[in-house]
Design a protein around this ligand. Structure first.
Ligand code: NAD
Ligand code: UPG
Length: 471
């Protein structure tokens, strides 16, 4: 079967870029991305797209109105398609059984029920969202129990591995595309149909075909293993700080072993993003449900170490600033969870700034891509009376790094934006404008610390001590 018309339910960070790239690479396929969120769809149809991702705008502008469409008419989108990506959010449950760990599958279920209710022709339904292992089984049951007439649904799992900030690059040149299906003749036929979409631009040997459950679990496994590397190197950074070893040197020495490889070994203020924590907790919950408590505890430690890393950094800042930051001005450079994205979900900056507010510091934040209102929303605890007012009293949002640093006691690098590099930003001018001693905390290991120390800064770097390498 050849796919001619695709509908993607969910116009978010995954649905938008993924299906825009499919439209860009497959001119023979009509791609419609639908969402219930009118404002989001309006933004996709405007000049200012709802998400920032390098290269995305060019692709959307080139295909929009030709074979790429954005709409709130979910039912029409479903009816017109022969293949439907379900790319809705699967956040961690906030209440009820598994609260704080299990994935909230309510959006998946609502989208699946909608597909069942309005479909008039056979559909291939593809799980694009990250879901617990065996979710496809529930989707099949819902589809079969609720469809009108004898419509055939084939379910595939096709998890997405793009990273934000490099989404378009990752989609255009993926390490692999994973497609899971029931290993029945019909399942394999549907699997081949989706392989046929990707092979418009992805070499066939990079399209991995597996059974449904392996595909679902591989997504959680890949994220857990990636995050585990970061927690491992962050755990080592604490040992480095206490011994005089240098975490960059240790990571480099380990990463040169081809069995380990060099990627994802950068120590940091802690990993953020909407996926790592959520997906590991999802795996922890799955293990718990499967009565595998030791396995659950093993993966949980990856998240615990990440929390520890953030708190350790805050403690180091406070103790360096003579054990009090009350009324001191702390300039935070970067609020997004990584560079080249405006996404702030689970960003380490949120935890840090909340701790600074609790210590009664004054915080000045600058991020080149995050909207001021997003920062205020992220820092405000929902449901806590007057909390927004308190945040507004303590936090100033600035339009440049220079402005944030003016009169500050400490400068904290939270996100590794290129414009914060010491080759880009005028740190000597920043030094002049700060209170003395002028402290600089590099949470991303991106600055030339000796050079900045020569300017007069008191520099502290994660996983390093000033006297590293000396006796
Ligand atoms: N963000 C990433 O980098 C990334 C990468 C890989 C996988 N994932 C996974 O992909 C999924 C989507 O993530 P995201 O970051 O794009 O989420 P998102 O919140 O940005 O987007 C999800 C969209 O789905 C819409 N939606 C929810 N229910 C709907 C319904 N019933 N009908 C129509 N629209 C509906 C929401 O309005 C929202 O716009 C998640 O499972 C996530 O874990 C995310
Ligand atoms: O060596 C490293 C690498 C990353 N990070 C941090 O880890 C977080 C996540 O980074 P990254 O993985 O690059 O971005 P995500 O967009 O969260 O992508 C991850 O999560 C996605 C959602 O599931 C997956 O699709 C991707 O494959 C997976 O990399 C960020 O805060 C990074 O700063 C580090 O601290 N050190």
């Amino acid at each position: 079967m050849t796919v001619k018309s695709i509908c993607c339910i969910g116009a978010g960070y995954v649905g938008g870029p993924t299906c825009a790239v499919i439209a860009y690479k497959c001119h023979d396929i009509k791609v419609t991305i639908v969402d219930l969120n009118q404002a989001r769809i309006d933004a996709w149809n405007s000049d200012k797209l709802p998400i920032y991702e390098p290269g995305l705008e060019e692709i959307v502008m080139e295909r929009r109105g030709k074979n790429l469409f954005f709409s709130t008419d979910v039912d029409q989108g479903i009816q017109d398609a022969d293949l439907i990506f379900v790319s809705v959010n699967t956040p961690t449950k906030k209440s009820g059984m598994g609260a704080g760990m299990a994935a909230d599958l309510a959006y998946i279920e609502a989208a699946t029920r909608r597909i069942a209710q309005v479909s008039k022709t056979p559909k291939i339904v593809v799980e694009k969202s990250t879901v617990p292992c065996r979710t496809a089984q529930s989707m099949r049951t819902i589809l079969e129990a609720n469809s009108t007439g004898n419509i055939r649904f084939d379910i595939l799992s096709n998890p997405e591995f793009l990273a934000e900030g490099t989404a378009i690059k990752d989609l255009l040149n993926p390490d692999r595309v994973l497609i899971g299906a029931l290993q029945t003749p019909e399942g394999i036929k549907a699997q081949n149909a989706l392989v046929g979409v990707y092979t418009h631009w992805v070499p066939r040997d990079r399209c991995i075909t597996t059974n449904l459950w392996s595909s679902e679990l591989s997504k959680l496994a890949a994220n857990a293993m990636l995050a585990q590397r970061i927690s491992s190197v962050n755990a080592l950074s604490a040992i480095c700080e206490a011994t005089g070893a240098d975490v960059d040197e240790v990571a480099y020495a380990c990463g040169r072993d081809t069995r380990l490889g060099s990627k994802f070994l950068k120590a940091s203020v802690g990993f953020g993003g909407s996926c790592f924590q959520k997906d590991i907790l999802n795996l922890v919950w799955l293990s718990t449900q499967l009565n595998l408590p030791e396995v659950a505890a093993y993966w949980k430690q990856v998240v615990d170490m990440n929390e520890h890393q953030k708190h350790r950094f805050v403690q180091r800042i406070i103790s360096t600033l003579f054990n009090t930051i009350t009324n001191k001005k702390i300039a935070v450079l970067g609020f997004a969870f990584k560079k080249d994205t405006g996404d702030t979900r689970e960003s380490a900056a949120i935890t840090l700034i909340k701790s600074f507010i609790q210590e009664h510091a004054r915080v000045a934040v600058y991020d080149p891509k995050v909207e001021p209102e997003q920062i205020m929303m992220d820092l405000t605890e929902p449901g806590v009376v007057d909390n927004r007012k308190q945040v507004e009293q303590h936090v100033q949002i600035c339009s440049s790094a220079m402005e944030a640093a003016q009169g500050a006691d400490a400068l904290i690098i939270c996100t590794e934006w290129d414009e914060f590099k010491d080759t880009e930003l005028d740190y000597s001018k920043i030094y002049e404008s700060m209170n003395k001693p002028a402290f600089l905390f590099d949470g991303r290991l991106m600055l030339d610390a000796p050079k900045l120390r020569n300017m007069g800064f008191k520099v502290q770097v994660i996983g390093k001590t000033e006297l590293a390498g000396t006796a």
